[in-house]
Design a protein around this ligand. Structure first.
Ligand code: NI
Length: 226
């Protein structure tokens, strides 16, 4: 399931971030590509120790921690420190699957359950650059507004189409979820969203709302690896 989350960053912040990133010291994305990815990757990234990347990444992590939709959809256990990339002049990233295991700066490992892209450029800022994700329902093309985030299963083959004009700047990261199985995680997400809607209608002290909340928490208890 692809889950778009609107306005993780408000427009003003997205514009401010983009302005700062435009003049940042971009490096060739091949520097961080694995042996397979190096053949299909043609973009630019900021070094992991770049000051701006660290500052914006930390701000993004705090923002995500306060975003109910993100928390409900991802049930994060660990989040990789966000990275930043830029595609321009035909830059692209051919079809690939993200590495299953990523190494965190503190040497801990993270299993990639979910991949996330935060769009910082507006769709009108560039031509091409669609994020194409192959799913069981066929390939889906995604191009979101600046400040919007897409969550998708890390198990999916995906690519970024060539950017033929303008520049596409994004943040991206991976999530290890408390619930490893994507079907279970998606059912929990649906259930939680319905409980939230019912709570608005009936109030949190409604008997059925309480009972469904109990079911939700007990399913998390059964399925989560804390
Ligand atoms: Ni990828």
């Amino acid at each position: 399931m692809l889950i778009p989350i609107d306005q993780v960053l408000d427009k003003a912040s997205a514009i401010a971030w983009r302005r700062q990133l435009e003049t940042a010291p971009w490096q060739d994305g091949k520097l961080t590509a694995g042996t397979q990815a190096v053949q299909v990757k043609a973009n630019q990234q900021l070094a992991a120790d770049n000051g701006l990347a660290i500052t914006l990444g930390n701000t993004l992590l705090r923002t995500l921690g306060a975003n109910p939709l993100f928390l409900s959809a991802a049930l994060p256990k660990k989040i990789f420190p966000p990275k930043f990339n830029r595609y321009q002049h035909g830059g692209h990233y051919g079809l690939h699957v993200d590495n299953a295991i990523m190494h965190l700066p503190d040497k801990q490992m993270l299993r990639t359950d979910l991949s996330a892209t935060l769009f910082l450029s507006e769709p009108d800022d560039y031509e091409g650059g669609e994020l194409v994700i192959e799913s069981q329902y066929g390939a889906q093309e995604v191009k979101l507004e600046a400040g919007d985030l897409l969550l998708y299963p890390s198990t999916s083959l995906h690519e970024v189409k060539p950017v033929t004009a303008g520049a596409r700047i994004c943040a991206f990261f991976w999530v290890e979820s408390l619930v490893r199985d994507s079907q279970q995680r998606e059912m929990l997400f649906d259930l939680d969203q319905s409980i939230q809607a019912l709570t608005l209608e009936r109030g949190s002290s409604d008997h059925e709302v309480r009972r469904l909340s109990g079911v939700y928490h007990n399913l998390v208890r059964s399925w989560a690896e804390a």
